[in-house]
Ligand binder design. Sequence first.
Ligand code: FAD
Length: 319
Amino acid sequence: MSVSNALSLLGYRVTIVEREPVLGGKVCSLHHPFPGPVSAMDILAPPIDRIREDPRILVNLSTTIESWSYDGSEGLASLSDGTRVRADALVLATGLEEVPPSLVPEYGYGSKKGVITSLELEERLSKGQSPIDGEMHSVVFIQCVGSRTERRGVPHCSTFCCTSSVKNALLLKSEEPSREVTVLYIDIRTAGPEQEALYREARRRGVRFIRGQPSLVMEREGKLLVCGENTLLRELYEIPADLVVLATGLRPRSSNSGMFAGLLIAAGATGFPEPHAPARNGVFLAGSVKRPMAIEEAARDARAAALDIHESLIRVQDR
Ligand SMILES: Cc1cc2nc3c(=O)[nH]c(=O)nc-3n(C[C@H](O)[C@H](O)[C@H](O)COP(=O)(O)OP(=O)(O)OC[C@H]3O[C@@H](n4cnc5c(N)ncnc54)[C@H](O)[C@@H]3O)c2cc1C
């Protein structure tokens, strides 16, 4: 949406092809994204309204691109509904996906009630639902599930999961100050002044931070029990929990790997497209399809992509 609005401002006609029946991507699922205080809808409404009112932007929902051919100055996209669109450039702003938490089976995702992912927590909170049925006296967040690992996940840090968990830990603690809220981490990476302020506030309000990922989430007497070692104090911990939230790693969307291979987009060391690779065949990338990014960075990256396209089209015209 950000690329489209920027390109339209530069005078181009744009066609959006969105696989889902609504615009907005993952942000639709978020509750109150950091750095706050605005809601996801407050973030999404202005660009969506601009797109609706802009005669230069055409939106195709529940649609994908089947193929893209490019002759050096113009391309042709075939869409899944049979439509063909002539275009000067193709922008992939297709985002990323969570590493499947089942890769780390000892945390009980899918087999133990009360174990959910950060994205599922966001979705439930954004719909006004309680994260679990029943009382929530104790909540444990486990960071870096399937990330920063050579096995069972991805090697990179997703950069914003610590802030996302701190934000939700603070929310659940503020909602009920007697609730035990614990974050289990490898390192806390809340880089940036607003992010660090959230971390300080969470500590001030009594959210507990323990260094050391758990080795196991088990069930005892109908309650979850999170077991591991505090690697700073060299002490074992066992934390009873009603809700365990897994902050999963983020990786390229597997459903798009065929499309990327067809468009000759090479993967770099992290599995995301090779960074700094020049645009080829009229194809540009924007936002979190390149690497994990928070909303503000993704929107900035999208505006930069629009300028890249503008510059390359001026070069094509000058040839
Ligand atoms: C658990 C979690 C919590 C987060 N919390 C925050 C937060 O608090 N604050 C913050 O700033 N950021 C947060 N983020 C990051 C935020 O979600 C991203 O910055 C943002 O979604 C990036 O937007 P995007 O457009 O690059 O990708 P996406 O939002 O993923 O959008 C990609 C779009 O492409 C569509 N698509 C994919 N493949 C195809 C295809 N083949 N054809 C057509 N359409 C396709 C998808 O349906 C989707 O609409 C969070 C992310 C996660 C996972």
